[in-house]
Design a protein around this ligand. Structure first.
Ligand code: FNR
Length: 349
């Protein structure tokens, strides 16, 4: 039920959470099922010395996954930010806020974001903002969270279907280039569940971007979420728009030695994380899954999930013959079905 008393942007934040949680209840096919390892019967790994350490956005991270940008901007979503920040603090996961735009427009909403830093003063925290924002706003977002990095999100499909969405993208590239050039924290450009193409990644590299989260289709779907908020023009025919996360990682493969690639979108289990890293991701972000665990089972269950996943990933390295998580990238993979067809038609091998 929509609460008519709330301003539209605060109501939108609450609607997003509600719809994203509902999407987590629906089982989906995953393109990660089309990615298989080749079992080898001998390896030289010592379990005691396995390392999950990764390096991206100017820092070394003990764990290869992170809590991706989601909430803040309404009092209800402040509670999620607080719970997620506690999860980040207790497990050591890096964490991004949701778009800080809401706090720039309504300063009384700032506490819905600053709670992240309050709960986790030492952690690696990323602030998040849309690409239409000015350098000044980007600096304010970083300052608000004392952020270690800034995520800039690209979300054209969401804006197109959002009834009150932005209709002018003419300044985005210019704004990104300025932020990369002038901010003194790393700028990570991310998609929002629609995946990136090789051409987009090349354009971002030309703008100076060094770290990119290809955030693909397969999990939270913002075309569906915004379509539910419309009362005319039904865009449900666009439900499968965009590249899945494995497709987007394949798109990035020939550029991975020149740019840091992160993956997110539809990650449901530690096997997906291991496969994404094998396809070249430096680290893997999760949004909907963590939101759902926190919402349905609480913070302690979230902590237990992360601890279990760390163990599963360590065992997967043992099985695949990788002493270090970055060795996954050199594992031979077999790609089947639609994913293989995508690679073939896009000339990726
Ligand atoms: C998001 N996402 C998002 N991304 C972003 O860059 N800024 C934002 O403010 C938000 N807001 C947001 C709210 C909610 C409730 C969810 C679930 C997600 C997108 C998110 O970071 C990610 O790119 C996609 O959700 C795909 O990942 P999952 O959810 O499939 O793991």
């Amino acid at each position: 039920m929509t609460d008519k008393a709330l301003p539209i942007d605060q109501q939108r934040k609450n609607d997003h959470v509600k719809s994203a949680l509902a999407q987590q209840e629906i089982a989906k096919n995953s393109d990660f099922d089309e990615v298989r390892f080749v079992h080898q019967s001998l390896n030289t790994v010592d379990f005691a010395n396995i390392s999950l350490e990764t390096h991206w956005a100017g820092a070394t991270h003990a764990l290869p996954f992170y809590i991706n940008g989601m909430t803040g901007g309404s009092q209800q979503t402040k509670q999620y930010n607080q719970a997620l920040a506690i999860l980040a603090r207790e497990t050591g996961l890096p964490m991004a806020s949701g778009s800080i735009s809401a706090a720039l427009k309504h300063p009384d909403m700032a506490d819905t974001f600053t709670i992240i830093r309050q709960e986790n003063p030492q952690g690696f925290v990323m602030a998040n903002l849309g690409a239409h924002h000015s350098l000044e706003n980007a600096q304010k977002a970083v300052d608000l969270l004392q952020a270690d990095a800034l995520q800039i999100h690209l979300n054209i499909p969401q804006e197109v279907v959002m009834p009150e969405g932005d209709r002018d993208y003419s300044m985005w590239a210019e704004q990104i280039a300025e932020m990369v050039d002038k901010l003194d924290v790393p700028v990570i450009v991310k998609e929002t569940g629609f995946g990136m193409a090789r051409e987009t990644i090349e354009e971002l590299m030309n703008l100076g971007v060094k770290t990119i989260d290809v955030s693909g289709r397969g999990g939270t779907n913002f075309i569906q979420i915004e379509n539910e908020r419309r009362d005319h023009l039904d865009f449900s025919f666009l439900a499968d728009w965009g590249q899945s996360t494995p497709e987007a990682l394949l798109e990035s493969i020939c550029l991975q030695d020149q740019v840091e690639v992160l993956a997110s979108g539809g990650i449901q289990n530690p096997y997906d994380i291991v496969k994404a890293i094998s396809l070249g991701a430096k680290a893997v972000g999760l949004s909907g899954k963590f939101l759902h665990v926190i919402d349905s089972q609480g913070i302690d269950a979230g902590i237990k999930l992360v601890e279990d996943w760390i163990q599963f990933i360590r065992h997967m390295l043992l099985l695949t013959g990788c002493q270090h998580i970055t060795d996954l990238k050199h594992q031979p993979l077999v790609i089947s079905g639609q994913l293989a067809e995508w690679a073939y038609q896009r000339g990726i091998n």
